[in-house]
Design a protein around this ligand. Sequence first.
Ligand code: HEM
Ligand SMILES: [Cu+2]
Length: 585
Amino acid sequence: MSEAGAVAAHDAHAVHHEELGFIRTYIFSTDHKMIGRQFLFISLVMLVFGGLMAMMMRWELAWPESQVPFTQWIPEPYMYDGHMDPAFYNSLFTMHATLMIFFVVMPFMVGCFGNFLIPLMIGAGDMAFPTLNMLSFWTAVPANILILYSFFVPGGAAAGGWTMYATLSAKAIYTGVDWGVDLWIISLIILGISSLMGSINYITTVINMRAPGMSWFRLPLVIWSLFVTAVLLLLALPVLTAALAMLLFDRTMGTSFFLPEGGGEPLLWQHMFWFFGHPEVYILVLPAMGVTSDILSTFSRKPIFGYRAMAFSMIALAFLSWIVWGHHMFMSGMNPALGTAFMLSTMVIAVPSAIKTFNWLGTLWGGNIRFTSPMLFALGFVSNFVIGGLSGIYMASTPVDIFIHDTYFIVAHFHYVVAGIIFGMFAAIYYWFPKMFGRMMNETLGKIHFALTYIFFNGAFFPMHFLGVAGHMRRIYNPMQYEFLQHMQWWNVFITMSAYCLFVSQFTFIFNFFWSLFAGKKAERNPWQANTLEWTAPSPPGHGNFDALPTVYRGPYEYSSPLVKEDWLPQDRRLGPEAAVAGHH
Ligand code: HEM
Ligand SMILES: [Cu+2]
């Protein structure tokens, strides 16, 4: 265990377990690493579906009312003569967003990496409640099936937008039947239960199962981010579940929480939805921030700059996320004084966000930067986050928001933030793939994948800002119907072409992923010379994770950590030969 200098044998006995059969190993596994991989695969599959929906929308927006390719296979209610039914466009953007948010980013970042990393990085053998963990995954599966199945029920998939405002959803609207909305509600309620089980497990594990010596301020930032995310999940998801139950009652049982004719209040839905919804975007983005912090530190060969400020700024973001929901409702007729309060609380978010950004830059500053594929994707995440964060400040300002509300400026903004998380996802997968599967991914392909993704991502989303300020509304299926937009239609064509190139570029990743899974170079324990505990375990770690449960003497960002070799440090940070000896090398 030479690379495990910060770790001492705490328990001489390796953890022994009886051989498990195929079903217990791969299907109903209680091992956090297998559950993590299960979440990984399910979210990658849903990413393909969500991506295909985006491609169909982009085709429609560039060449409205044209023959959309492959539509000959799509049944009548959605298509006529190969043309897209406008209501189907509504289903597409609703389901695209629902899949991407609830079925891709959440299971990928929280389900997969939360599961895989938490026990390994805090030095535990598994989660606190392994069976609950398995249940959490198997509760999520029917939610995935239901949401996809909803395309095939009478009325088709839900079409009210991922925000499902009560005015569009509390009563059947389009065809008289819209079972899709009911399935959407039920699916998300089930998924909420799954998330709840996961978050209780994560919180308990981080509080109770840390290895001896792993104090709170020795936790890697990715663990901080996942912990704060789990707390947000625990508090936010029940709000959504309650709202969803009320909506379902309105639709099926004759209540009128959101229906004015029965004395209800449609705006109540907006309040409940966004009281959940803004914390939700932090649930999505915080883990990507944590991943980015650790990757930037490893590949700059430097401890993270401002570790405690980074941890506290995540807590601050989590707290602030509860008092800003009204910024989604500036145009709903709220009292301007209330609008100003929400505007100010929203602007305060810029402070912890800027702390994080400048600390990332501080981490890079003077580092021995190695541009590996995880590093490039982590930098890509920072770049997207800065762009999305800056456009957020415009929208937070009520007078500006009056003009850009519900335009493509918004679509540009949230794709830079939430779709930008895809960069954090790729960073994580390139970085932890060796630990997860015991093999390295191909670096050259990874770099090509990054370059193409970065270029076409910006090509697809940056011009949306121009369309937005020109007044291009979101959620419309045919921009050519509006004369004032026609002269800008070539931007829509440009965006669509970039989006298709972006889609096609992902094949470099798919190929790399599967090829490396079977034929990649075998990974050592610590291929990136990183400093956190998971790298002291075998690649991939066996059941029980560590040869012996570790004891921790130093945090990952402490220079004197023997896991940091002298020659990985920038010249002026080297401690000299004595230090190297003291570091047991
Ligand atoms: C990377 C390729 C992607 C492309 C080309 C794309 C494209 C689109 C398009 C064309 C729309 C509909 C705009 C409208 O008509 O208003 C849309 C909506 C949306 N997308 Fe994406 N998207 C992508 C990825 C993502 C990801 C990864 C996420 C989230 C994690 C996401 C979240 C959303 C949301 C929340 C909406 C709003 C839906 C609504 O209005 O209810 N997108 N996207
Ligand atoms: Cu918000």
